[in-house]
Write a protein that binds this ligand. Structure first.
Ligand code: AMP
Length: 397
């Protein structure tokens, strides 16, 4: 079965066509600048060269049509016709409390997703536009929605409630939701599998360290806590997001800078994190590491503060689960940045675990990086959100 996995943003659209039998990626690509001048589709068939197709994409429907044309093209296509696309899996950012698992998309589901728009005003409307565009072009193809928040819906009340008047939860559903759920689910399942164990038998902490970063505690197969909150701004320090700060800083800065609350929130989302802390060197950890090697003290401070925060979260989740068996690193930084993993690992002594510097050189591959006999197994497990979405889609259709 061929599954088209779609991750639709407000002006971009990423896709992968996955053969669910072999789990091979047949083709993947990205539409950029949808609805703006200079839109382009970058398409790559497996084993073939990347092609850039420049064409106006006034709407997401035109973008999807271009994706279908590219997938069925005589030269760089990978299937003969639309009929060979059996199902579509859509990544949806926010499912609120309505979705604790993936669902086949119908009119009722569309309505329920729309009701979550308030919670993710930048993402959910774009996800819905993507679904509508696909429905227009492929009206008879089954579609599945896979939610970033769903895996975290098993969190107990004590983990998801904020210390706010309870009425804000009752009236507005202000609570912790968590994101990157597909990745936390995929990586925790794979981590247990690598050790030949059932996920239901172990305690796992997943550190998803990408440009956005979150960490989760998966206790006997269920997520019991995670670091992102009502929005993806909470928790770890990230590329450009602040993560946890004293909430009073928002008003303090608004007054000092003469900015509105929205403007300060934008600073917290786009100009903070390691980018802001390093004095604007970069949000990319490769640049920060290079700057640190050249003796840049701000880059060093940013990397140290980043790693310290990850280590503190790990400690709090060890407490939440009363122990841990596996700590798994994933996503761009978690999979590739041995320096950051090593800096986090410096705090593992109390766990009876340490990271082997040789094994820690690994990049983008599954690898156990702790020492044999250590009490806690530390490992690198590459995430694959698209494959996870394709698997969910197959399961439901
Ligand atoms: P993601 O959001 O998972 O795609 O992660 C993207 C981030 O991973 C980039 O912004 C980099 O900071 C980081 N990254 C990617 N490759 C490397 C690498 N080889 N070494 C260190 N960091 C990396």
């Amino acid at each position: 079965m061929n599954v088209l996995v779609i991750n639709c943003g407000s002006s971009s659209l990423k896709y992968q066509l996955i053969d669910s039998n072999s789990e091979a990626v047949l083709a993947k690509g990205l539409c950029e600048r949808i609805g703006a001048p200079g839109s382009v589709l970058k398409h790559q068939p497996a084993g073939g060269d990347k092609v850039a197709i420049e064409n106006p994409m006034p709407t997401h429907t035109t973008a999807i049509q271009m994706v279908i044309d590219a997938l069925t093209d005589a030269n760089h296509g990978v299937v003969k016709s639309l009929d060979e696309i059996d199902a579509v899996g859509h990544r949806i950012v926010h499912g609120g409390e309505k979705f604790a698992s993936s669902v086949v998309i119908d009119d009722e589901v569309m309505k329920a997703i729309e009701e979550c728009n308030d919670l993710a005003p930048l993402h959910n409307p774009a996800n819905l536009i993507g679904i509508n565009a696909c429905k227009e072009i492929m009206p008879n193809t089954p579609m599945v929605g896979v939610f970033d928040t769903a895996f975290h819906q098993t969190m107990p009340e004590k983990a998801y409630l904020y210390g706010l008047p309870h009425s804000y939860y009752d009236d507005y559903k202000v609570r912790r939701y968590g994101f990157h759920g597909t990745s936390h689910d995929f990586v925790s399942a794979r981590a247990a599998e690598i050790l030949g164990k059932k996920r239901e038998d172990v305690k796992i902490i997943v550190c998803h360290l990408g440009n956005g970063a979150s960490i989760s505690a998966v206790d006997h197969g269920k997520c019991v806590d995670t670091s992102m909150g009502l929005t993806p701004l909470e928790g770890l320090m990230m590329g450009t997001r602040s993560g946890d700060i004293d909430p009073a800083i928002v008003e303090f800065l608004a007054k000092k800078l003469g900015k509105t609350l929205e403007e300060v929130t934008t600073i917290l989302n786009k100009e903070s994190g390691v980018y802001g802390l390093s004095g604007g060197i970069s949000s990319d950890f490769r640049d920060l590491s290079a700057a640190m090697d050249e003796g840049n003290l701000l880059a060093k401070a940013a990397l140290e503060a980043y790693s310290y925060r990850v280590a503190k979260y790990i400690g709090s989740y060890v407490a939440a689960m009363n122990g841990v068996d596996i700590i798994a690193f994933t996503a761009g930084i978690g999979e590739n940045d041995g320096r950051v993993r090593g800096m986090v690992g410096q705090y593992f002594e109390y766990l009876g675990t340490s990271i082997d510097p040789e094994k820690n050189k690994v990049r983008g591959e599954e690898c156990i990086i702790s020492n044999p006999g250590d009490k806690v197994t530390v490992m690198v497990v590459p995430t694959n959100e698209e494959l996870a979405i394709a698997r969910e889609t197959v399961k439901l259709v």
